[in-house]
Structure formats: structure tokens, C-alpha cells
Design a protein around this ligand. Structure first.
Ligand code: 1PR
Length: 528
């Protein structure tokens, strides 16, 4: 029996699914005394440190947790659940009391690399620990965070990880363990780690495992564009320049839950679901998408992103739901990140016009509760050719190697909304920068001209956006062969590459892409 401390934010469903996978029973903490009565306590956290600590204080969990920890009872903190063990965080400015169990603080990454640190990274083992028993050598774990712990006492360091510099990625003292990475999102190896914690009789050092930590991997993401076809079935579809119909019918490339499972087994690093007609309806009415997430997260232990229709909404009875309500429902259903498309364009337009943050936009609200790393901005740009930079003075214009129909040598990328149906007077670089300032944690950079073309990623667009932001960028649209992935990682600084058509049609397997990247000395996560 394992007791789970769910403080109400983040994706606890994945942890529950991971634990249920190996047959353990779960009891949820509903009152302070449940903490003291726990045999083993698991505290998964994700998002914003300040809101997490505030909730622990409001629910009177701090004292029982401190007592539990002092008694050296088995405890496993994940991400924020580990950060809470320290004296405080740079992300917490209101002076709420932390668990104060370990000396040291939580600090923002100071690096020229992208922050948040998102993706699969290695660990260097510094201490013997039973939780690493039978964990595969050379394994990688999934990280998603902007802050990291800086413990004062070196003896508690279990692992370190390299991201520009070496930071502490997990700690252990007696029966108290914490990891910055997410075991529940780290495939079979991560699950084994949780299993070890739950089934080992004690946490005494047993066996050293030599896990050689390498750097952060480039991520390969499989994307599933989902919508109902004309018969009303929810299908994975795929467009050419966003047109998903062939001979009048919506293309049907498979079932979302089954395809997601296939991609997990084939070694995808993440899966993205885009509800491509979500902008038309209220997504909470669209229960099939929630069901897709719930079912997928039962068997797929890598990060899941969901997009489509995340915006404020008033129903026919006049009841208003915020984008935060919609996002919360998705997180509770198994999503780790939500992706905002059309609404981000409207928000950025307002922000750039007023030059003021209101604190009320969906990006700001969701970031406050779930953290920046939980918000992806999906950009759907179209290339616009111009003769000179003066022809589009309000936009980020740059020279292009691929000239326009009238031999134009310059271009800019125009944002669209509603799946490319309507173009706006805003460019992709301006949108990405504005959304980063408002609190987005990652950019999913599509390209309508390239979508479904199999002609390779738009490297000029990716470089233009990547050079304008410090958050990670996912390159998307146009992948047609393994070489295109090498090009995107060699010629741009994108942190991840996303593809759809070639994977759905099995023209290239994810594992083949990874092998090819590794042969070209590009760091990837290998799966058994
Ligand atoms: O605007 O917040 O409701 O979100 C809607 C979401 O749905 C956006 O993320 C938007 O990108 C997406 N979307 C809307 N219409 C379409 C369409 O295809 N008709 N799909 C669509 C976008 C683009 C990629 C695609 C890559 C890779 N899909 O994600 O998967 O281009 O494809 P490829 O490898 O086959 O070239 P909102």
C-alpha cells in the first residue's frame, strides 16, 4: 500500500497509472493524519513552487510531513515534491513555510541553454541506492523544470545531471528520496525505479549501478491530429498544408489510443494530440478527447501534450469556463502539457498593443498554477514573400534562400488562427517572443507551407524563431526521411522535432530515425 499526496495540481494520473501497472494499491491523502499513518509516502509535484507550498500550508500538511520525515519514514518526492524538502525557492516570494528538511535552496537555472530544461537526460550516480536496482545502464530520465536544488550537504546527493553545468538531480538520506526527473514519465526504467521504492523492504544501500549520464537528448515527437470524421468517429487524420480531406473524406490514419501506444513502444520521446477542430466547440463537451487521454495514459509512460480549443468559453446556459478550467481537466485526465494555438495569437495581439501584462490571459493563468513548462504555444504560420524589408515594416522580415514566385528575396511568416483558416497581422517571431514574456514554456513551430510535404523542415523559420526566444522550440512540419531530422538538429538549435505523416504511414520508423541520428553523433534516447 502506498499513500499518495495529491495537492491538486499537475498530472497525478500518470503516477497512479504507473503504480497500478505493477499492482500496488494506492491510498490518497485527504487529511493531515493520513500522512502520519502512511507506510510509504509518494509526493509527486509539478508546476509552480509557490502555489504548491501555499496549498501544503493551507491544508495543514506541513507539520505532519515534517514529523513523518524526521522519523525517517519512506518518502519519495518527485520534482516539486523533492524541492519542497529544502529551505525555500527562488520561485517563492511570499514567505510560505517549506518542509525545511534539507539545508539548501531551489534556484533558477543560470545558463545560455533553453530554460525550462525539458527532455530526456542522463544521471551520474553519486551514491548507492536500491532504487536503481535493475535499472538499465545508460538510461535517461524525463526532466521538465526551470529551477533546480542546490543542497548544502553533499552527502545527500544521489545523482547529478549535466545541463550546461552539473546540477543535483536526485537526493537520498535514509529512507527519504527525491528526484528532479519524473520516473512516471520515463518509460520502463522510470517505472522500475518507483517499483523499487515501493517493494524494497528498506532503503539501505545495496548495489551500485553504473549509469553513465550523457547530455540532454534531442527529442522525437509523434503528433496525432485528431478530429471526428463524417461518420462521427474520432480518428487520427493528416493534412497536406492543413487540408485533411481526400476526395471529400477526412483521411483516417488510425485510432488515437492505439497509435499513441504504438509510438510509445517504438521509442517516441513524447506524444502530442492536437484536437484540430477544437476551436469550434467547447472541449469539455468533447469527452472523447478526455477519454483518449485517460486511456492513453494507462499504458504510455512518456509526456503527453494536448492542444485544441483551450480558451475561455461561455456555454448556452451562460456559464463561463476559463481556459484554466479546460486545461485543469486535461491535466487531471493525463496530460502533462497543454498547447494553445488560436487563443495565443489573440492574447499576443492584445499584449503587443497595450504593452501590459494583465495577469488574466490564459497563458498567465495556467502558468501561475501549473508552471511555465506546462504551456506549449502551437504556431501555424504561412510564408509571405516580399521584395524588401520595407514592404512589411511591422514584421520580422528576413532574406530567404528560396525565392518567391516573383523572385522575391525576403519573407516573413504570418500567424493564422482556426487551423490556418484565418490569417492575422502578426508574425511568428513576434508571437513566440510575446508568449515567452507572458509565461509560455515551449514553442511548437508548425509551418503550413511545409505540412505534409515530406520536403524537410523549414530551417529558416526555425532559426528565426529559435534565435528570438530562450524557451525550447519543437520543429514541426515537412519531415520526409531520416536525413531531415539530421538537418534540423545540425542546422538549427531546435530542441525537438515533431512529425506525423511519415510515422502514420510507416514510411520511417521512430527507432530508425533515432539510430540514424545516433550514427550522425546527435544525442538521442535509446529504448530497449
Ligand atoms: O487553435 O488552440 O484550437 O488549436 C488547434 C490546434 O490544431 C493547433 O495546434 C493547430 O496547429 C492544429 N491544427 C488545426 N488544424 C489543423 C489541420 O491540419 N487542419 N493541425 C491542425 C496542425 C500540424 C502539425 C503536423 C505537422 C507535421 N497539425 O502538428 O502534425 O505539420 O506534419 P507532417 O510531419 O506530416 O508534415 P487551437
Amino acid at each position: 500500500m502506498i499513500t499518495l499526496l495529491d495537492y491538486g495540481a499537475g498530472n497525478v494520473r500518470s503516477v497512479v497509472n504507473a503504480i497500478e501497472k505493477f499492482g500496488a494499491r494506492i491510498k490518497m491523502v485527504t487529511k493531515p493524519s493520513d500522512i502520519l499513518n502512511a507506510e510509504k509516502l509518494l509526493f509527486p509535484g509539478v508546476g509552480n513552487y509557490e502555489s504548491m507550498i501555499k496549498i501544503l500550508n493551507e491544508r495543514d500538511y506541513i507539520l505532519p510531513l515534517q514529523e513523518y520525515l524526521k522519523a525517517d519514514q519512506p518518502f519519495f518526492g518527485i520534482c516539486l515534491g523533492m524541492q519542497a524538502l529544502f529551505e525555500g525557492s527562488e520561485e517563492e516570494l511570499s514567505g510560505n513555510e517549506s518542509l525545511n528538511f534539507f539545508k539548501g535552496r531551489v534556484k533558477l537555472f543560470k545558463t545560455s541553454l533553453a530554460v525550462p530544461h525539458i527532455g530526456w537526460n542522463g544521471v551520474n550516480i553519486k551514491q548507492e541506492s536500491p532504487v536503481f536496482e535493475n535499472v538499465m545502464l545508460d538510461t535517461k530520465f524525463y526532466f521538465v523544470h526551470s529551477y533546480h536544488i542546490v543542497p548544502e550537504d553533499e552527502s545527500i546527493v544521489l545523482t547529478t545531471t549535466n545541463y550546461d553545468y552539473e546540477f543535483v538531480s536526485s537526493v537520498q538520506k535514509g529512507n527519504v528520496i527525491g528526484t528532479q526527473f519524473h520516473p512516471e514519465k520515463s518509460g520502463n526504467n522510470g517505472i522500475r525505479l518507483l517499483e523499487n521504492f515501493i517493494y524494497q523492504k528498506d532503503m539501505k544501500a545495496r548495489k551500485a549501478v553504473d549509469i553513465k549520464g550523457k547530455g540532454l537528448s534531442k527529442r522525437i515527437i509523434a503528433c496525432l491530429d485528431v478530429r471526428s470524421n463524417d461518420q462521427g468517429d474520432l480518428v487520427v487524420t493528416k493534412g497536406d498544408q492543413y487540408d485533411v480531406r481526400q476526395e471529400g473524406e477526412v483521411r483516417n490514419l488510425g485510432q488515437p489510443v492505439e497509435l499513441a501506444k504504438r509510438y510509445y513502444e517504438e521509442g517516441a520521446d513524447e506524444i502530442t494530440f492536437l484536437n484540430i477542430t477544437g476551436f469550434r466547440d467547447f472541449p469539455l463537451k468533447d469527452l472523447p478527447m478526455i477519454e483518449v487521454l485517460e486511456k492513453t495514459s494507462k499504458n504510455v509512460f512518456i509526456p503527453l501534450t494536448i492542444g485544441g480549443g483551450i480558451k475561455d468559453y461561455t456555454d448556452s446556459n451562460g456559464k463561463t469556463y476559463t481556459a484554466l478550467d479546460v486545461a485543469s481537466q486535461y491535466f487531471r485526465s493525463g496530460a502533462d502539457k497543454i498547447s494553445i494555438g488560436s487563443d495565443a495569437v489573440y492574447i499576443a495581439e492584445q499584449y503587443l498593443k497595450s504593452k501590459k501584462k494583465t495577469g488574466t490571459s490564459s497563458i498567465e493563468q495556467i502558468a501561475r498554477v501549473y508552471g511555465n513548462q506546462a504551456i506549449v504555444i502551437s504556431i501555424d504560420p504561412k510564408k509571405v514573400y516580399v521584395k524588401s524589408a520595407d514592404d512589411a515594416k511591422n514584421h520580422h522580415v528576413f532574406p530567404t534562400q528560396f525565392h518567391g514566385p516573383d523572385n522575391e528575396e525576403y519573407c516573413w511568416y504570418q500567424c493564422t488562427v482556426q487551423g490556418g483558416r484565418s490569417a492575422r497581422d502578426l508574425d511568428a517571431v513576434a508571437l513566440a517572443k510575446a508568449c515567452e514574456e507572458l509565461g509560455a514554456g515551449e514553442i511548437l513551430l508548425n509551418c503550413i507551407d511545409k505540412d505534409g510535404s515530406n520536403s524537410g523542415f523549414d530551417l529558416e523559420l526555425i532559426n528565426a524563431v529559435k534565435n528570438a526566444v530562450t524557451i525550447p522550440v519543437i520543429a514541426s512540419s515537412g519531415a520526409g526521411c531520416e536525413d531531415h531530422f539530421v538537418n534540423v538538429f545540425e542546422e538549427t538549435e531546435a530542441e525537438a522535432a515533431l512529425a506525423a505523416g511519415i510515422f502514420h504511414r510507416k514510411e520511417v520508423l521512430i527507432q530508425d530515425v533515432k539510430t540514424y541520428l545516433a550514427d550522425n553523433n546527435i544525442e538521442v534516447r535509446t529504448t530497449p
